[in-house]
Design a protein around this ligand. Structure first.
Ligand SMILES: Cc1cc2nc3c(=O)[nH]c(=O)nc-3n(C[C@H](O)[C@H](O)[C@H](O)COP(=O)(O)OP(=O)(O)OC[C@H]3O[C@@H](n4cnc5c(N)ncnc54)[C@H](O)[C@@H]3O)c2cc1C
Length: 377
C-alpha cells in the first residue's frame, strides 16, 4: 500500500504511526508545509494520564515523561475577583504542543515513515493522487482544505469573538476561566499549566471590546502589555507571550458533510474543527485517526469500502463534536448577557451549557474502543 499524508500534525502523525505499526511493509510518506521547528500554539489539554488513556497522544510515546506534562484535577472560575473551585471529576493532562508534535514525528521516523518538511500541498490536483492508494488530508484548519467542494460540501464559519493564544510563565495549577469587566468591555482568559514553568493563556473578547480597547491598532508588544494589565491580579507580574507571527483572530469552524472522495480522505481539524473552549480538538484528531486506521487496515484490498466504512463511523462523531463546540463557542460569544450573575451562578451556567446535548465523552470512548479492538468489524 502506498499512502501520502498531507500535514504532520497530531492527526496525520497518529494515523501514520498506528497504520505503519500494523503494516510495517506499507509505504507511507508525509509532506509538511513548515520546517521541523515550527509549530503553532503553546500547551493543549488532553484526556487522562499518559499511557493510560488511548485518546491521549502521549500514551503512544515511550518517552512521554520527558514532555513534563502536568495533570489537572480542579477547575477554578474567577468572576468579580472571586473564585469558585470545583473538582474536574476526571484527570486532564496539560502538554506542550511543540514537544508533543516533535515526539510524534520521531515516533513516525523511527517506524520508517518519511517526512518531507517545507513541502506545502497547494492543490491536490498537483499531487497526482492517482499515484497513491490513499491520500490522507490532515492539514488542520485551513481554508485551502475546501477541496472537492461538490463531493464533501465544506462550510466555513467564523466565530464572532476575537481570541489570541498567549503563553505565560505564571503557573496556573488548575483549569482556569477568568472573567474581567473593564471600562472598554469584558475579557475572558482560559488558562492552565502545561509544563513545570509554562501555562497556556488564551484570551477572548467581543469584536466591540477588541476595537474599543484599541487592540486592533496595537503592536504585538503593546497588546501583550495591555492584556497583562487586564489580568494583572492573576498573572501576578508575569508577562503574556504571543506565538511568533500569530495575530488576534476569529475562530474558524470548518465542517464537511462527507469525509472522503475517491481515494482522498480528511481527518483531524481538516475534517471538522471545534472551538478551543471544550479542549477536544486533539482528542478528535486521535479518535478520527484510529477509526481510519481500523477501516483501512481491515479493508486494505478495497479502499473505497474502507473509506465508506470510515465515513459511516466518523461523521456522526464529528457532528456531535461540532454541536458541543459550537454551543460552547456561542456561550462565550453571549457572555456579556451573564456578566451580572454572581460567581456561583456563572459557574453553574458554564458547567451546564452543553447539558441538552448527548454527552461527548461516552460517544468518543465507544468509538475508540471499537477502533482499537483489532478483531474484525
Ligand atoms: C487557541 C486554541 C487552543 C486549543 N486548545 C486545545 C486544547 O486544549 N486541547 C485540544 O485537544 N485541542 C486544542 N486545540 C485544537 C488543536 O490544536 C487541534 O484540534 C489539533 O492540533 C488538530 O490536529 P491536526 O493534526 O488535525 O491539525 P494541526 O495540528 O493544525 O496540524 C496540521 C499540520 O498540517 C500542516 N499543513 C498545513 N497546511 C499544509 C499544506 N498545504 N501542506 C502540507 N502541510 C500542511 C501544518 O503545518 C501542521 O503541521 C486548540 C486550538 C486553538 C486554536
Amino acid at each position: 500500500m502506498n499512502i501520502l499524508v498531507i500535514g504532520a500534525g497530531p492527526a496525520g502523525l497518529m494515523f501514520s504511526s498506528q497504520i505503519k505499526k500494523l503494516n510495517p511493509d506499507w509505504n507511507i510518506n508525509i509532506i509538511e508545509k513548515n520546517n521541523q521547528e515550527e509549530s503553532v500554539g503553546w500547551g493543549v489539554v488532553l484526556p487522562g494520564r499518559a499511557q493510560q488513556h488511548p485518546a491521549n497522544p502521549l500514551s503512544y510515546l515511550s518517552n512521554h515523561e520527558s514532555l513534563d506534562a502536568q495533570y489537572l484535577e480542579q477547575f477554578k472560575l474567577t468572576h468579580h475577583n472571586e473564585s469558585a473551585l470545583t473538582e474536574t471529576g476526571v484527570t486532564l493532562c496539560g502538554a506542550e504542543r511543540k514537544s508533543m508534535v516533535r515526539e510524534l514525528r520521531q515516533l513516525c521516523i523511527g517506524l520508517g515513515i518519511n517526512i518531507q518538511y517545507e513541502k506545502p500541498a497547494l492543490e491536490l490536483n498537483d499531487l497526482e493522487c492517482d499515484n497513491y492508494d490513499l491520500v490522507v488530508v490532515s492539514n488542520g484548519i485551513n481554508q485551502t482544505s475546501t477541496y472537492y467542494k461538490d463531493a464533501l460540501k465544506p462550510t466555513v464559519e467564523f466565530g464572532k469573538n476575537r481570541y489570541m493564544w498567549y503563553g505565560t510563565t505564571q503557573k496556573f495549577d488548575e483549569m482556569n476561566l477568568i472573567f474581567k469587566t473593564k471600562a472598554k468591555g469584558n475579557f475572558v482568559a482560559h488558562c492552565y499549566k502545561y509544563s513545570s514553568n509554562m501555562s497556556t493563556f488564551v484570551v477572548e473578547c467581543s469584536e466591540e471590546t477588541y476595537r474599543n480597547s484599541g487592540l486592533d491598532e496595537m503592536s504585538t508588544q503593546d497588546a501583550e502589555t495591555f492584556i497583562a494589565s487586564v489580568f494583572h491580579d492573576e498573572l501576578n507580574g508575569h508577562e503574556v507571550i504571543s506565538p511568533k507571527g500569530l495575530k488576534w483572530r476569529h475562530f474558524m469552524t470548518l465542517r464537511h458533510e462527507k469525509a472522503y472522495n475517491g481515494n482522498i480522505v480528511l481527518i483531524g481539524d481538516a475534517l471538522q474543527s471545534g472551538h478551543f473552549s471544550i479542549g477536544h480538538g486533539t482528542t478528535m484528531a486521535v479518535v478520527g485517526a484510529q477509526l481510519l486506521v481500523k477501516s483501512v487496515h481491515y479493508h486494505a484490498k478495497n479502499i473505497n469500502k474502507a473509506l465508506a466504512d470510515f465515513d459511516k463511523h466518523v461523521m456522526p462523531l464529528m457532528q456531535l463534536f461540532d454541536q458541543h463546540a459550537s454551543t460552547s463557542r456561542l456561550w462565550f460569544e453571549t457572555v456579556e448577557d451573564r456578566m451580572h450573575l454572581s460567581t456561583p451562578e456563572l459557574a453553574k451556567s458554564f458547567a451546564t451549557r452543553r447539558d441538552k446535548l448527548p454527552p461527548l465523552p461516552p460517544a468518543l470512548g465507544q468509538a475508540l474502543e471499537k477502533a482499537l479492538s483489532r478483531g474484525a468489524q
